[in-house]
Design a protein around this ligand. Structure first.
Ligand SMILES: [Zn+2]
Length: 456
């Protein structure tokens, strides 16, 4: 009987309670306020947590769950566990900083303002992790078998395949998609084809949208070449985990094909480089093409002239770079991080280019620049936007609705019920309609905290 609460799903089998994902609510304030509400059941009653992948909207509540009484195992793939360490410590650090800032400015309702969790809380919950390999048979409860299978979304991402074994003859399967990846993903394996699924819980982030991939490589080549012709800097704000590694991979590929000249590439994101090291380490979970390149002696995340800025001095030294270079820095929506220093320095010069390669949420500096604002506030001062502004889509790590339908088309039989989750209401409704129109499957969009009794 799962209860659906955004990116947290509680599965009760017999007397066991298993939580699939334990995400932080993000985005608008009314969403984030939910993080401060008590967990719907006492965390001490949860026997285990299973993670689909390491994005904060799937793991970011773990330190709080642990602090409020959960002491069971957190089961994930190795790569997810390693990325989760990077993500949770960063999230804790940001929360501590925010609380400190709120206290200084005196704008918090709480006095003193407190972080949702601290670095110590994050460290404590990291001790509960039990990392596993894809394909391992795991038993989080008696007669409940768990397997992680490739989801192709970010490194370590998994479909969570749970079988309830009644006897050797009868088993029932529930499959959680987590976030589903894409067939065009350059580094990771495609989502594994699932079979014999009785109940499916599937995400719907892009349930009402299609990606425009065709122009991605061509557009990137054009933007890089134009930037070189102007003799300017190309600044790419990028999410540290996933997007930065894909960019390095693609830039190396374009250089090798001779589509772009060899340029100095500066990666100024400590978290991005930690994540890149984890991507490099887990070659075994990359796709065949990437592994062939590795065996042939290539470092797939290393363009020819790569500079990693692992100290503040090296980061500051980028200020002296005059032009004909690419800077990749976080955060991806210009909300904070080292990218702001580069923005402040590069935005006022019309030789330079700022390139967005990811979604820019309302209210962020990234969105303001895309909307054509002629200045943005950085570190307390208004910085004029004179640089060229470019935006390319197609680097998303979420399957669009056709890609989701294509994956579902491979099922050997319809699930008894398909639950559509993890999307804006319009996106979820659109995906539900498409699945029932295309396959005539029984679909359901669960409400927040709604529960269902499953025949398993
Ligand atoms: Zn994700």
């Amino acid at each position: 009987m799962p209860r659906v609460t955004g990116s947290r799903y509680l599965l009760e089998i017999k007397d066991k309670k298993i939580l699939i994902d334990c995400g932080l609510f993000q985005g608008p304030k009314e969403n984030r306020k939910r993080n401060w509400e008590p967990f719907p059941i006492p965390p001490s009653e949860i026997d285990a947590v299973i993670l689909t992948h390491a994005h904060i909207d799937h793991i970011g509540y773990l330190p709080r769950l642990n602090k409020d009484g959960f002491t069971g195992q957190i089961i994930s793939t190795h790569a997810t566990a390693e990325l989760a360490r990077v993500m949770l410590l960063d999230s804790a650090h940001l929360q501590e900083e925010d609380a400190e800032w709120a206290n200084k400015k005196g704008y918090s309702k709480h006095s003193p303002a407190l972080p949702l969790f601290t670095i110590d809380d994050a460290e404590a919950c990291l001790k509960l992790f039990k990392p596993c390999h894809y394909g391992d048979d795991l038993y989080p409860a008696e007669s409940v078998r768990l397997k992680f299978k490739d989801a192709g979304h970010i490194l370590g991402s998994s479909l969570v395949d749970i079988k309830h074994i009644h006897d050797t003859e009868t088993t029932k399967k529930i499959l959680f998609s987590g976030d589903l990846g894409r067939p065009t993903e350059p580094i990771l394996r495609n989502p594994v084809q699932a079979y014999n699924v009785d109940y499916l819980v599937i995400e719907s982030t892009y349930g009402d949208r299609l990606h425009d991939d065709k122009s991605f490589y061509n557009e990137l080549v054009r933007i890089i070449k134009e930037s070189v012709e102007r003799g300017g800097i190309l600044l790419i704000p990028s999410f540290a985990v996933g997007r930065t590694q894909t960019l390095l991979y693609i830039i190396r590929e374009l250089e090798e094909r001779g589509d772009i000249p060899v340029l100095p590439i500066y990666v100024d994101s400590p978290m991005g480089m930690e994540a890149t090291n984890i991507y490099k380490k887990w070659k075994s979970v990359q796709n065949l093409h990437s592994r062939v390149l590795t065996i042939a002696g290539k470092n797939i995340f290393q363009p020819t002239d790569l500079h990693v800025c692992d100290t503040r001095t090296k980061s500051k030294a980028i200020n002296d770079v005059k032009g004909r270079a690419i800077i990749i820095s976080s955060s991806g929506m210009l909300a904070g991080g080292r990218v702001l220093h580069h923005l402040e320095q590069r935005l006022p010069n019309k030789k330079n280019t700022i390139l967005f390669v990811g979604y820019q949420a309302e209210g962020t500096r990234g969105r303001a620049i895309l909307n054509g604002n002629d200045s943005v506030k950085v570190h307390g001062t208004q910085v004029p936007v004179r640089a060229h502004v470019e935006n390319i889509s197609g680097l998303s790590s979420h399957a669009d609705y056709n890609e989701i339908l294509a994956w579902l088309m491979g099922f050997n039989r319809p699930p008894r019920k398909t639950f559509i989750v993890h999307g804006d209401p319009d996106a979820s409704q659109s995906l539900a309609d498409k699945i029932s129109d295309t396959f005539d499957w029984d679909v359901e969009i669960p409400a927040f905290e709604e529960s269902f009794i499953l025949d398993i």
